[in-house]
Design a protein around this ligand. Structure first.
Ligand code: COI
Length: 357
């Protein structure tokens, strides 16, 4: 028997005006509703509902405010060429939710329940999906610990919520190359830490270096490993790929790197195209060496928010290199076109990645 979540829906009586799809900031404007489900150690997950988007009332001692026991996901919904609503590999985000939950002691969510919650919510908000090129409805599921308690332990109560916002490009550069600062003072994650978990603390820890990079005119930070500070890990909000002498290399997942859904999709796509793609540890020196020899062809980041973002410049301890004349490389462009084409249904999805809502 298929288990069905009984979601109560209360629609807003004052729907907001939809924004101009050609001028969308990332993450600044939210849709009319939100999904909420509660957890209690004695009841499990209960009371799934969709309500008008509104502020929350929480006790100031709620554990999430003090010890950061929380997780989040990021995914997108698209309006397909036949006006259908498409999700991209939602099962991957759901799987990762439970991996994060496990790492930071949040109770698991039933995978079918989470998928049903996402589908029901997106279906209700489908008129908010923008249709201009490069836009989507960004979906943000998240869980917060709500026990009013100041001792350090797992909370006994939580809220699982989903909110959404119509978005354009994450970076103001859009698909144009970004400039990246290689961070050598601060680190993002260490072996055995929470680097591969999608939890807010990882992002809070990244802001200082990001500000440093921004002051120097850089869009994002490239993180090195936390021990030897020489192996490349990831970029602020993206995984990273290097094309060196025909081979495409991305740092292997060692536990301190986020296992991106777009990262995985790019690897599968490159395999299908019979391009040589290798997941291995790679040092920043190797990248600079390859550049010196004229072998560094392209660098690009991958992420749900950013999609594919070419890197046009790296600054490592003041040594600046320009990649592919600071232009979008042919591989980055081809991957961007294919991934977004599959996401919007414009290109046939031979992988079975898209799911109709
Ligand atoms: C995403 O790409 O969806 C993320 O979660 C990164 C976020 C910091 C915008």
């Amino acid at each position: 028997m298929i288990k069905v979540l009984d979601i109560r829906i209360e629609k807003t009586t004052s729907p907001k005006e939809k924004p101009d799809a050609n001028h969308l900031d990332f993450g600044a404007l939210f849709t009319d509703h939100m999904f909420v489900m509660d957890y209690d150690i004695n009841k499990g997950w209960y009371n799934p509902r969709i309500e008008p988007y509104q502020p929350l009332t929480l006790d100031p001692s709620a554990m999430v405010f003090h010890y950061g026991q929380e997780m989040f996901e990021g995914m997108k919904a698209y309006k397909g060429v036949h006006n259908e609503v498409l999700l991209f590999r939602p099962e991957k985000n759901i799987e990762r939710t439970n991996k994060t939950n496990d790492r930071i002691c949040i109770p698991k969510i039933d995978e079918e329940d989470m998928l049903q919650a996402i589908r029901t919510f997106v279906d209700l908000e489908k008129d908010w999906i923008p249709e201009a090129d490069g836009t989507a409805l960004y979906i943000r599921p998240f869980i917060i610990a709500t026990d009013p308690y100041l001792g350090v332990r797992p909370s006994n109560t939580y809220k699982f919520m989903i909110i959404a916002c119509p978005v354009g490009a994450y970076y103001t550069e859009g698909i144009n190359p970004v400039k990246i600062w290689v961070e050598t003072e601060f680190v993002r994650a260490v072996p055995g830490g929470v680097g591969e978990a999608k939890t807010g603390g990882n992002y809070a820890a990244s802001i200082k270096a990001q500000m440093k990079a921004k002051e120097r005119g850089y869009t994002q930070v490239l993180w090195l490993d936390g021990v030897e500070r020489k192996f490349v890990e990831e970029v602020g909000t993206m995984n990273v790929f290097f094309k060196i002498d025909g081979e495409i290399i991305t740092p292997e997942l060692t536990g301190s790197i986020l296992a991106g859904v777009t990262r995985n999709s790019v690897i599968e796509l490159l395999n299908q195209w019979n391009q040589k793609v290798t997941e291995r540890r790679i040092t920043i020196d190797e990248i600079y060496e390859a550049h010196k020899e004229g072998l560094l062809e392209e660098v690009f980041g991958t992420g749900t928010a950013a999609v594919i973002s070419p890197v046009g410049e790296l600054n490592y301890n003041g040594n600046i290199i320009t990649i592919n004349n600071n232009e979008i490389g042919p591989l980055s462009q081809q991957i961007y076109d294919t991934i977004t084409g599959i996401q919007t249904g414009a290109i046939e999805d031979t992988f079975g990645w898209t799911l109709k809502v």
